[in-house]
Each structure stands twice: as structure tokens, then as C-alpha cells.
Design a protein around this ligand. Structure first.
Ligand SMILES: NC(=O)c1ccc[n+]([C@@H]2O[C@H](COP(=O)([O-])OP(=O)(O)OC[C@H]3O[C@@H](n4cnc5c(N)ncnc54)[C@H](O)[C@@H]3O)[C@@H](O)[C@H]2O)c1
Length: 311
């Protein structure tokens, strides 16, 4: 199949590209290598065709005219909660106007399906765990709002123009190539700091838990969703919470190194326990997370150890 991956030079997008190429698909990438994003030229699979193009740019139509993708995996985004709060206009320009440009190209050039990288951020603070697909949604940042709005646009586009979609609501994704300077990548941040012997900061009492899903599992969900789950949204995570303290201890185990811990107060909006129920993805997509946290931390540490000097 001919597939276009937006954000294909980024952390998650580049793993999606690798998996699609490995599965025998013909892949093109659109990415503008945004300065605050995780996109890197060295992440780009050499077997994919790369277009350094902004999803907001009218020239996106030229890429579609050239490639005529049957499906799009849409992973490009303004992906920072903090930046979305500081500059909601930029967030909306990329995550909404960029989306509309992309959707118009899809309908103009006959794309059949779009698989969207959505986020658990659409739910906001949830009191009763686990989070299900039908859990009420109260996004608490412009980023969460634009992710949820995208899902509504996809529903509209399917009804109006017949473009199929699947929305994949990721938990906290981690693994090789994650930007260790990003705001949310606690595993990447800790791994790099531990390998460099630098102190790490642990907020609150460190027992707060989130659902960390390994990037290859996320990429595999994209591959499956190309042909399944039309018109549906799925939680894509592990179904288990892991505490910040447990992440640190796990990384100490796999690296054999300990570093100084700086205790910090709870950050506003931090929640104590967050994890997803992924039964719907298991039943309808035949997907479930396969890489456990120990294995995922080991693989992540191996990557950072090899690539540290280049970061
Ligand atoms: N990392 C996570 O834990 C997580 C969780 C939930 C959802 N997501 C979503 O997954 C997707 C990928 O996130 P990531 O963590 O790999 O981030 P990333 O920054 O590594 O990847 C995003 C890519 O999008 C590109 N991009 C940004 N603006 C663009 C524009 N205007 N035009 C074209 N390309 C543009 C960036 O250059 C980058 O390569 C995003 O949609 C993000 O919202 C990520």
C-alpha cells in the first residue's frame, strides 16, 4: 500500500515509518522538522521518500499529487501541552488548520483512510480508573482540545466525504529516539541523565503512576489500523500504571548506575494514578501491548547508550 506518514521524522512517526517499510509498504514522509519537535533527519528511513513540508502549506497538495497515498498516518503535531498553553494560536494553526489542509488533500487525491495519533490528553483529569474509550472527556489544555477536535473533524469528514479513519489514543509513549529535552518524556529524560551521571528531579512523592507504552507497540497499532477499526477510537496503552520511582529503579537496574535525586513539589495538574483499559483494541484490532516495562526500559537504555554522543 502507498502510505503517507506526517511527522515521519519524529519520535513516534519514524517508528511507524520503519514498521510500514518492513511490512513491505511504499512510504512517503511529510515533516517540517519543527524546531521544538522531535523530528530529526537521522530518524528518517532511507527507503521512504521525504518531503520537508509543513502540513499547513498549500504545497502539501503537490506531495499528494505526486504520491497519491491510499492511507495517511497522521502523527505530525504541535505536541507540547506547555507550548499549547503559551501559544494556543500556533497549536490551533498546526493541529487544526494543518489537519484541515491534510483532510482536503485526502479527499482531493482519493486517499481512503487516515490513522490519527490522538492522545490521552483528550480526557483531562479522570477520577475513576481505568480510562475507557467512553470515559467523559474534559481536555484541560489547548493541546487536548485540538486533539479531541481532530477526532470530531475525522467523524465529520467520514460522514461528509467518505474518508475512513481510526483514532489511536496513546498513553505515555516511550522508547528509542524520544527527545530527552521534551516536556513529557520522563523515561528519555531519566535515561539520558542517568547515563551522563546527572541528577534527576522527582516531583511529589514519586509514587504517581502513568501508563507507559513502548513505541514499537504504538507503531504496530498504526499498521493494524490501516485495515481495521474504521470510524472508531481506541485507547493504546498497557493497562498498567508504573510509578516514577519504579521507572527510576528500573533504569538503575538496566544501566547499573545511580544518580542524585532532587525532590520537587507536586506540579499543578499532576494526577496520582492514570492507566487505560485497552480491551476494545484487543477485541476489535487484535492489538495489545507486547513489550513490558522492563524490556522497554532495557531497549531504551541500549539506544541511549549507543547514541548519547550524537544527541
Ligand atoms: N509522545 C507521546 O507520549 C504522545 C502521546 C500521545 C500522543 N502523541 C502524539 O503522537 C504524535 C507524534 O508525537 P511525538 O512524541 O513523536 O512527537 P515528535 O515531535 O517527535 O513528532 C512530531 C513530528 O511532527 C513534526 N511537525 C510538527 N509541526 C509540523 C508541521 N506544521 N508540519 C509538518 N510536520 C510537523 C515535527 O517536526 C516532528 O517530527 C503527535 O501527534 C503527538 O501529539 C504523542
Amino acid at each position: 500500500m502507498k502510505i503517507l506518514v506526517t511527522g515521519g521524522a519524529g519520535f513516534i512517526g519514524s517508528h511507524i515509518v520503519d514498521m510500514l517499510v518492513k511490512a513491505g509498504h511504499q512510504v512517503a514522509i511529510v515533516d517540517n522538522l519543527w524546531e521544538y519537535g522531535g523530528g530529526r533527519l537521522e530518524h528518517i528511513n532511507p527507503q521512504a521518500t521525504f518531503y520537508k513540508t509543513d502540513i499547513r502549506d498549500p504545497k502539501l497538495a503537490e506531495v499528494f499529487e505526486q504520491e497519491r497515498p491510499e492511507a495517511v498516518c497522521h502523527a505530525a503535531a504541535q505536541h507540547s501541552v506547555k507550548l499549547s498553553t503559551d501559544d494556543p494560536r500556533h497549536d490551533a494553526e498546526v493541529n487544526i488548520l494543518g489537519l484541515i489542509n491534510l483532510l482536503q488533500c485526502c479527499t482531493q487525491f482519493g486517499t481512503r483512510k487516515i490513522v490519527f495519533s490522538s492522545s490521552g490528553a483528550i480526557y483531562g483529569t479522570v477520577e475513576h480508573m481505568p480510562i475507557h474509550e467512553i470515559t467523559p472527556k474534559h481536555p484541560q489544555s489547548p493541546y487536548g482540545i485540538t486533539k479531541l477536535a481532530t477526532e470530531y473533524y475525522l467523524g465529520f469528514w467520514k460522514d461528509m466525504h467518505g474518508l475512513d479513519f481510526t483514532a489511536l489514543r496513546y498513553g505515555n509513549v516511550y522508547g528509542p529516539r524520544q527527545d530527552p529535552t521534551g516536556e513529557a518524556g520522563v523515561i528519555a529524560i531519566f535515561t539520558q541523565a542517568i547515563l551522563l551521571g546527572e541528577p534527576i528531579r522527582i516531583d511529589w512523592d514519586g509514587e504517581q503512576q502513568k501508563d507507559y507504552v513502548y513505541v514499537d507497540d504504538v507503531a504496530r497499532a498504526n499498521l493494524i489500523a490501516l485495515t481495521r477499526g474504521n470510524g472508531e477510537a481506541y485507547c493504546i496503552a498497557t493497562g498498567q500504571g508504573t510509578s516514577v520511582n519504579a521507572l527510576y529503579r528500573g533504569l538503575v537496574d538496566v544501566t547499573g548506575k545511580e544518580v542524585e535525586i532532587i525532590q520537587a513539589p507536586r506540579r499543578p495538574g499532576d494526577i496520582y494514578l492514570s492507566y487505560f483499559d485497552c480491551q476494545k483494541a484487543a477485541q476489535q484490532l487484535g492489538w495489545q501491548a507486547e513489550i513490558g516495562i522492563e524490556e522497554g526500559l532495557q531497549r531504551t537504555a541500549n539506544y541511549f547508550r549507543t547514541n548519547l554522543k550524537e544527541l
